[in-house]
Design a protein around this ligand. Structure first.
Ligand SMILES: [Zn+2]
Length: 489
């Protein structure tokens, strides 16, 4: 029924002459002018990628590509000419267009052109114009004052191909790391963190059972969400079987993309977090990314909070201080983010097609830190707090009378995970050996972080202290120093 409606919608809007080229594209000719060579290179690259993509489905076709820059918005609009219009079967080619966006962003960046968001038009019009019914963003569910549940959806899993009924993982594993089986392990970690720290009930989109799925004889935990939901809700074909008449061999992949947010809607979950690792033909592309849907800008603050907290947590770990994490979240066109009525984001923890990222993805330290970042980003957003760096306020120099003590209050910005450890080390002591460093743990977030600066000696002297705090997740504030003088009263 849905398919028929979509065909009609297209018949009405795809009439010849509709959508003059570039009419709706943000025009910024002067921007494009400065970067004319880069833009021409990117256009050739995009056209080449599209030609190869179409060839894979047996179509030999050249499609023109026109790129417009909007430097003030750090965005780029890619307009495809006649001959290319992806549809619901194949999930609007999101698995082709998203990687294309990544590579164009990468190549643009290499040429000094920092681009964050990339939009696609087809003969001047967005996909939403062609498929208004199917691509309508669902009415957002009322945001509860006290959220209770989250759906954690961990990537893909086996699907059955038509007509062979061969079972295949959805994602390639160019360096041997299989996203389909890796991300559920990340999901376990995130589930525990959200339950412990955010206090939500967490539902999982895929089974974690090691028993065998009878139809395929493969472990349940490796199956796509679609089959898990089929077993849980056999009658709810609207949830996991939206394309029964599709001619696509991988139609169950398209169904799986929709099944996960459909399940989130069924649960009435307060948030949908999808965990993936990213993949690209170019091994040079790497790093952490978070996506929200371009038609749901209200999800951007959540996505930004998550990428910000992931950056904090990942870079706090030894060896990951310079791990690439994007500055902000990115717009995307993923059905997984569009269909949920709740705030929905996709976390691409790292690239399974880049060797350094693959090493990180297999490291429990990286796994734990990245998932702590996701939970923290969600929690800060849900409680209306800003993601900001842990930073100590300056401490004034003090004078302490001999044989007495003064309290020093340590105040800070940021959102440390308790317990925090306060370290007061010696930067300089005028009587070496007499100044005693201090290390104290604070468990209660509502109690002040403070220590006593004492002068037990009977002789005056000065010490320069170096103070830092370290939170339970390894996040450390840059040290601040102050001088304590022990003086005669
Ligand atoms: Zn994925």
């Amino acid at each position: 029924m849905k398919l028929a409606a979509m065909v009609i919608a297209c018949a009405m809007t795809c009439a010849p002459g509709a959508g003059a080229r570039g009419v709706e594209a943000p025009m910024a000719a002067e921007d494009s002018g400065i970067y004319a060579e880069v833009v021409a290179m990117l256009e050739r690259e995009a056209a080449g990628q599209l030609t190869r993509h179409l060839q894979k489905s047996g179509k030999l076709r050249q499609v023109s590509v026109d790129i417009r820059l909007d430097m003030s918005g750090r965005s780029m609009t890619i307009n495809f000419g006649p001959g290319y219009l992806p549809g619901p079967e194949g999930s609007y080619d999101e698995l082709f267009l998203q990687p294309m966006a990544s590579s164009l962003r990468f190549f643009a960046g290499k040429s000094g052109l920092e681009i964050n968001d990339i939009r696609f038009l087809f003969e001047g019009r967005s996909l939403e114009d062609y498929y208004p019914e199917d691509l309508a963003v669902p009415m957002r569910s009322e945001r509860r004052s006290a959220p209770t549940s989250a759906l954690v959806s961990s990537s893909h899993g086996y699907i059955s191909l038509h007509p062979s009924r061969e079972w295949k993982f959805q994602r390639p594993a160019p360096l041997g790391l299989q996203e389909d089986t890796l991300s559920p392990v990340y999901g376990d970690e995130l589930q525990a963190l959200i339950e412990q720290r955010s206090g939500l009930t967490v539902h999982l989109a895929r089974s974690r059972s090691t028993e065998l799925h009878p139809e395929s004889n493969l472990p349940w935990q490796h199956m796509s969400s679609r089959y898990h939901l089929k077993a849980l809700f056999p009658d709810r074909t609207d949830m996991w079987n939206e394309f029964p008449n599709s001619p696509e061999s991988a139609r169950e992949k398209d169904e799986d993309i929709r099944a996960r947010p459909n399940y989130a809607n069924h649960l009435g979950a307060d948030v949908l977090i999808s965990l993936h690792s990213n993949g690209h033909d170019s091994a040079a592309i790497r790093g952490t990314e978070v996506y929200y849907h371009q038609a749901k800008p209200q999800d951007k603050p959540l996505a930004d909070s998550i990428i910000c907290s992931m950056r904090e947590l990942i870079r706090a770990q030894p060896g990951y201080q310079t791990f690439p994490v994007r500055e902000t979240s990115n717009q995307g066109i993923h059905g997984e983010n569009r269909i949920g009525k709740m705030p929905s984001v996709i976390v691409e923890t790292a690239y399974h097609s880049n060797p350094e990222d693959v090493a990180a993805l297999q490291d429990p330290v990286f796994r734990s830190a990245s998932m702590k970042g996701v939970e923290k980003g969600y929690r800060l957003w849900a409680t209306g707090k800003a993601c900001e760096p842990l930073a100590l306020q300056p401490l004034p120099d003090i004078e302490v009378p001999l044989q007495s003590s003064r309290d020093v209050n340590v105040t800070f910005a940021g959102n440390p995970q308790f317990p925090v450890v306060l370290e007061v080390g010696v930067a300089d002591c005028d009587r070496p050996g007499v100044c005693t460093p201090l290390k104290t743990t604070f468990n209660d977030p509502s109690a002040p972080v403070m220590f006593g600066a004492s002068c037990s000696s009977t002789r005056p002297g000065t010490v320069r202290w170096k103070v830092l705090i370290r939170d339970a997740d390894g996040v450390v504030a840059a040290p601040v120093e102050f001088t304590q003088a022990c003086v005669r009263s």
